[in-house]
Design a protein around this ligand. Structure first.
Ligand code: NAD
Length: 342
């Protein structure tokens, strides 16, 4: 397996590389990442420039020729496609990069795989190849008080981010049906864990508490997300890559529904317990701010298909995963300094 991971310097991508790099099937692991504000080689400490099977290609997915060059030069047999613009708030203030990276970039990668795998002159037997497209549950839109997203829930994206991811999912689907590209799609719920860029909810809350700044919460704080530990997501992605059925889609979720306000309160209480000398109750820092436009109310994943068909279940429970995550951030203030937005 010559595995290409796109977006390997980001949050999930770097956790994924750490998770899979020593799998015996892998001959070479190529990390393609252009290092946007969200991508940092500091996330790959101990691997980048050190691991004998690891190769880094600083390439922008928007550069079609370079994407094809990487696929050909490394004779890529398997792709795990994670590179994307991923922050919903940024997609509201500036949607352009979301269109060019998430849609055009995915198109370039699909075209390169089609040229390399489905070309009769190629050395690759395309039946053994796989293209895993990593997507989000946000493509399904918002749920009411009840119900779950399944693999057959109709798409109803509400932000430029989720619309761009939905468009990329549809492109992958079309390559499966039109060209027979051996691709699989996963739609996952919110991830948390180490190396998450400090503009997303959990690291933002931790940093606000440590610097005794107010903790902004959108609207009434009752928007519900289904939280999954990033290591469990990585294991699910490896399971789908190696045992998933081409042409299928799989939902991935932790079965951990939680509204933002109680989540933030739990983080406050954990830090008050772990760092009692910070002074005062961290919950007092919570401040409600006007809701984000188009803010989806509730996401919840039905992950029974991947459990039933591929035998994957999350290994972490939320209480222990959150405790591990908070203590990781408390011990990694040098990492925060190295990557934080300037
Ligand atoms: P991230 O923003 O932390 O990382 C994205 C990475 O992609 C960065 O390293 C960045 O440099 C790279 N990148 C961006 N544009 C690029 C381009 N044009 N060319 C090459 N590289 C580029 O994102 P993440 O949270 O790790 O998410 C990874 C994937 O998982 C995304 O596709 C996202 O939609 C999906 N996803 C994320 C979550 C979540 O909770 N974070 C949940 C479900 C699905």
């Amino acid at each position: 397996m010559n595995l290409l991971v796109t977006g390997g310097a980001g949050f999930i991508g770097s956790n994924l590389i750490r998770h899979v790099i020593d799998q015996p099937e892998i001959t070479k692991l190529v990390n393609l990442d252009c290092l946007t504000y969200a991508g940092h080689l500091a996330n790959l400490d101990g691997i980048h420039g050190v691991h004998p099977r690891y190769v880094f290609e600083q390439v922008d997915l928007r550069d079609k020729d370079e994407v094809l060059r990487v696929i050909r030069q490394h004779d890529i047999t398997h792709v795990m496609h994670l590179a994307a613009e991923s922050h919903v708030d940024r997609s509201i203030t500036g949607p352009g990069d979301f269109i060019t990276t998430n849609i055009n970039g995915t198109f370039h990668l699909l075209e390169a795989c089609r040229a390399h795998w489905l070309n009769p002159a190629s050395s690759i037997q395309h039946r053994a190849s796989r293209f895993l497209h990593v997507s989000t549950d946000e493509v399904f839109g918002s749920l009411g008080e009840t119900g779950f997203f399944t693999e057959t829930t109709p798409y109803a994206p509400n932000s430029p981010y989720s619309a761009s991811k939905a468009a990329s999912d549809m492109l992958v689907r079309s390559y499966i049906h039109t060209y027979g590209l051996p691709a699989v799609i996963t739609n996952c719920s919110n991830n948390y864990g180490p190396y998450q860029f400090p503009e997303k909810l959990i690291p933002v809350v931790i940093q606000s508490i440590l610097s005794r700044k107010s903790i902004p919460i959108y609207g009434d704080g009752m928007n519900v997300r289904d939280w999954l530990y990033v290591g469990d997501h990585c294991q699910a992605l490896w399971t789908v890559l190696t045992t998933g059925k081409p042409g299928e889609t799989y939902n991935i979720g932790g079965g951990n529904e939680l509204a933002n306000l109680p989540l933030v309160q739990q983080i406050c209480d954990l830090i008050d317990e772990m760092q009692p000398d910070l002074g005062g109750h961290s919950r007092d820092l919570i401040t409600f701010v006007p809701d984000r436009p188009g803010h989806d109310r509730r996401y919840a994943i039905d992950a029974s298909k991947i459990q039933r068909e591929l035998g994957w279940t999350p290994a972490h429970n939320f209480a222990s995963g959150l405790r591990e995550t908070v203590s990781w951030y408390l011990g990694k203030q040098d990492w925060i300094e190295a990557v934080k937005p300037r």
